[in-house]
Design a protein around this ligand. Structure first.
Ligand code: NZQ
Ligand code: ZN
Length: 385
């Protein structure tokens, strides 16, 4: 196992009714002006907005609305939020939404305290913010696990890059599975697959030797697979939603990454696909994963055959390579089974897309068992059509 330092500062309030029970006692420790950030309006339809504003008003807070954070949040939206924070002297940012809202707020929180452009600061100067407007998260759609880390994925439309930025980490996160009941079911599955992807991207990293993080990871992957199957039979199954919501946080709270260099090559490809097409994150990953894995499994044959056996229950075939490939095919079959797209065409992404530019702007990761070239990424993208 590699050396590591571990800390996760987010306090999690998990379960039904948590916001009603605890939010007012937490929020009183922060200043009087709270920026309430949310997406395109689902929180107004399902009553979460009313519930949260009621609690904030009762606690005597001045509320500054920051609405309209879009899926795949843009850098322009981050700047809008940072201006709002400065203009109204916001003391606390409360993100109410899925990964997009939480990600946007993390960077708003940092940008509001900076005199320079955070994109250039992190990407060119390689320096990172240390001062933040404190924030908290109320998760309404699970999958990204954004609520328990400081990383955000922001689309810079001008530069045509969807990339990682580091900002604030939520001081607290409410994870109430009942809040996810109104998420369109396709998005529920897409989010759950994103979680499975995070687990796989960590599992297939380095080193390949056994390690406790990987044992825990296998349990999480199996849990995601079985709970997606339960939800497909009964969309409202509270227990399955709870399990998926906690798996989502677990996959991105650092625990599975302990002692490892992660892979995340599929994510890098998907993010650039997103920069050019604004596609749905989980769906893009569903198409890319099997195609990418068919390209790389031979270089990671030990790990891929362990994945086949321990996650998909495949018995050993004649060779390790055959076992490894059977695991990749089991993943591909599962994606089909749960109704996710298996080609870009099904996602409305056609051959007119500039795959060359997407491939050339994709980061090559150090943790992938095979170091890809931009040309091979281009081929992978074309195979996804
Ligand atoms: O905008 P509203 O109206 O709220 O609708 C949203 C949105 O359309 C809807 N939704 C959320 N909660 C709802 C609901 N609809 C009804 N009832 C509810 N309770 O769901 C739609 C998708 O929301 P979004 O936040 O975009 O989804 P998700 O949580 O999948 O986040 C995706 C973003 O996170 C990034 C992705 O790249 C993408 O930009 N990621 C962030 C990561 C991180 N910070 O660690 C890691 C991931 O790999 C990922 O890249
Ligand atoms: Zn993801």
């Amino acid at each position: 196992m590699n050396n590591f330092i571990f800390e996760n500062p987010t306090r999690v309030y998990f379960g039904k009714g948590g916001v009603k029970e605890y939010l007012s006692s937490i929020i009183k420790h922060y200043g009087s002006t709270v920026m309430l950030a949310y997406g395109g309006g689902s929180v107004k339809k399902n009553g979460i907005y009313e519930e949260v504003t009621g609690i904030l008003k009762e606690a005597g807070k001045r509320i500054i609305d920051f609405p309209g954070i879009m899926p795949n949040p843009t850098y322009a939206k981050v700047q809008e939020g940072a201006r709002l924070v400065r203009e109204h002297d916001v003391d606390f940012i409360l993100a109410v939404g899925g990964g997009s809202v939480i990600d946007c707020c993390k960077i708003v929180s940092a940008q509001a305290k900076l005199d320079e452009d955070i994109w250039d600061m992190e990407n060119k100067k390689k320096t990172y913010p240390v001062e933040f407007v404190p924030m908290g998260a109320i998760v309404t759609a699970s999958g990204t696990g954004s609520e328990m880390n400081a990383g955000a994925v922001i689309t810079n439309e001008e530069k045509k890059i969807k990339g990682a930025l580091f900002g604030a980490q939520a001081a607290f996160a409410f994870l109430d599975p009942t809040y996810t009941m109104t998420v369109p079911f396709q998005q529920v599955i897409s989010g759950a697959f994103d979680t499975l992807s995070h687990a796989m991207e960590t599992y297939f990293g380095k080193p390949e030797q056994n390690n406790l993080s990987d044992d825990i990871n296998e349990a999480i992957m199996k849990g995601i697979i079985s709970n997606i199957r339960i939800l497909l039979k009964n969309h409202e199954d509270y227990n399955a939603r709870s399990e998926l919501m906690w798996a989502s946080a677990m996959a991105e709270n650092g625990i599975l990454k302990i002692g490892k260099i992660t892979d995340f090559q599929a994510h890098q490809i998907e993010h650039q696909l997103g920069a050019y097409t604004d596609c749905n994150h989980g769906q893009g990953l569903a198409v890319i994963h099997p195609v990418l894995y068919r390209h790389i499994y031979k270089e990671g044959v030990e790990r891929f055959s362990r994945f086949a056996k321990n996650v998909w229950g495949i018995s050993h075939k004649e060779t390790k390579e055959e076992t490894a490939l059977a695991g990749v095919e089991a993943l591909a079959d599962f994606i089909k089974e749960i109704g996710l797209p298996t080609s870009f065409t099904q996602m409305g992404i056609g051959e007119e897309t500039n795959f060359k530019a997407i491939a050339d702007s994709t980061n090559i990761t150090a943790g992938c068992c095979k170091t890809l070239t931009h040309q091979e990424i281009f081929e992978i993208l074309k195979e996804c059509l």
